[in-house]
Design a protein. Structure first.
Length: 144
């Protein structure tokens, strides 16, 4: 099974590399920027790579966070110690690219808490930067 996973990972990497190369985009370790994603979202190779990753994930179950896709694709995240409106420390989250950060990105979800703020700014939702340990793909929504 491990050998089959390695081949699938190679196919995914090859498809994404071809997609990047055909459009003259730079390869980034933290995945494409939002602008780059808009350029490649329709590319059949990019979509095929995402499908292969999703199918592989369904078979594999929970995987180490270092193997998670960093392409703004929503995934399940297991975040030990996360409090709030979460069930069993699991949230749906996405990787956000940020060139201004030392790590060039971070994991976020819609789980947050209301910060009362200052009188001049008013309240806002404060989103926690997640520290997930594992991820799993989301199943596609039902059709019909």
């Amino acid at each position: 099974m491990t050998h089959a996973k390695e081949k699938l990972a190679d196919i995914v990497e090859a498809l994404r590399a071809e997609c990047h190369d055909s459009r003259g985009l730079m390869h980034r370790p933290d995945g494409p920027t939002d602008e780059e994603l808009r350029q490649i979202a329709d590319d059949l190779r990019w979509r095929a790579a995402a499908e292969i990753e999703q199918l592989r994930g369904v078979v594999a179950g929970w995987q180490p966070i270092g193997t998670a896709p960093k392409d703004s694709q929503p995934v399940l995240l297991f975040c030990p110690g996360l409090n709030g409106h979460v069930i069993r420390e699991i949230v749906i989250g996405v990787w956000k690219f940020d060139a201004n950060r030392r790590t060039f990105g971070y994991w976020v979800s819609d789980v947050g808490h209301l910060d009362d703020g200052q009188a001049e700014t008013g309240p806002w939702i404060e989103y926690v930067e997640l520290q997930p340990k594992f991820w799993a793909p989301l199943l596609p929504p039902p059709r019909g």
